[in-house]
Write a protein that binds this ligand. Structure first.
Ligand SMILES: Cc1cc2nc3c(=O)[nH]c(=O)nc-3n(C[C@H](O)[C@H](O)[C@H](O)COP(=O)(O)OP(=O)(O)OC[C@H]3O[C@@H](n4cnc5c(N)ncnc54)[C@H](O)[C@@H]3O)c2cc1C
Length: 283
């Protein structure tokens, strides 16, 4: 469990980090996914560029129409954020459900979505928030809609030499009425299945819903069939039961030594239902 040898560079700004990112270099955030991968020799970069001390990446900002979260903000800092609790409660719920206290104190939201583990919590939550991901490269900045960010198994829209700087969460009615529930793998606490749901109500019926799922398939996805089935309906046990029936219809459900395809699919139904029932009680 000893990594191959590598050079180590610590950056004090995003620009400095971009300059340090040569051909064989890799960004080091909180290290809670990368260091295990290095120890298992699944990864062997020549240089690690440590971005964990870049102050500009460690800020949660309350803006007029959005909350911006620096990529270097830790899970624990998100769990403790009052502004996120007020405008998007599922963020704090998800942060508190990640790993253990050491993981939450070191691991970052930017590192998590860059890594794109199929069982990670943030991908499902950010899909439900309708977030934007702001990415910086040597040629400038670009913004990627979260719906276009996750591309496959550990695969994202990030390109070589780019750094995620910020995640922007819109202040919306659906984010204020949101929840995250998950069935944990008991040792790592990664999600066997995790569901983030955000629902805007208009009078007694659903105006819009966004539902993100993780752990089910090779990468997190939105349950658009469920979202569409809920539109215009009351949010109650009957409408929810009918809407969730197709939650895994258009996805390849994973099967591994933790959970068979059939069991995961069952969990997906149970946890989407549970998330929506939580919101039905709170409306
Ligand atoms: C025991 C244990 C339990 C865990 N349980 C959970 C869990 O329950 N739920 C969960 O979601 N996660 C869990 N994790 C993973 C944890 O959340 C990681 O911290 C996270 O996935 C990666 O964030 P990091 O900051 O540690 O990134 P790192 O490990 O430093 O980096 C991960 C990858 O992202 C890249 N990267 C990092 N930051 C950036 C950036 N700003 N821009 C571009 N690329 C970047 C790195 O180059 C690397 O490829 C667990 C980890 C451990 C060790």
């Amino acid at each position: 469990m000893i990594p191959t040898s590598f050079d180590y560079k610590k950056a004090s700004s995003v620009e400095e980090a971009l300059g340090m990112l040569g051909d064989d270099a890799q960004i080091l955030g909180g290290g809670h996914s990368l260091i295990p991968a290095l120890k298992l020799r699944l990864n062997a970069p020549g240089t690690l560029v440590d971005i964990s001390k870049i102050d500009s990446l460690k800020v949660i900002r309350d803006n007029e129409n959005s909350i911006t979260i620096g990529a270097g903000v830790t899970h624990a800092e998100i769990a403790a954020s009052d502004v996120l609790a007020q405008h998007c409660p599922m963020m704090g719920q998800a942060a508190n459900a990640i790993g253990d206290i050491q993981v939450r104190n070191r691991g970052t939201i930017g590192g998590s979505i860059a890594h794109a583990d199929p069982a990670a919590d943030w991908p499902a939550v950010l899909l439900a928030t309708d977030a934007n991901v702001i990415i910086q490269g040597k040629n400038g900045k670009r913004t990627v809609d979260i719906d276009q960010f996750f591309k496959g198994f550990f695969e994202t829209a990030l390109e070589e030499g780019e750094i995620i700087t910020t995640i922007s969460i819109p202040k919306t009615a659906f984010n204020r009425n949101s929840t995250y529930v998950k069935f944990k793998q008991p040792a790592s606490r990664f999600a066997l299945v995790g569901c983030a749901a955000a629902v805007e109500m208009d009078g007694g019926s659903v105006k819009s819903a966004r539902i993100g799922l993780t752990g089910v398939s090779e990468y997190a996805y939105r349950a658009t069939g469920v979202e569409n089935a809920l539109a215009g309906k009351a949010l109650n046990a009957d409408t929810i039961a009918s809407a969730v029936s197709g939650v895994t219809d258009s996805v390849d459900v994973m099967s591994d030594h933790y959970a068979s395809e059939k069991y995961r699919s069952h969990l997906a139904h149970v946890f989407v239902k549970r998330a929506l029932m939580n919101l039905s009680y709170s409306k």
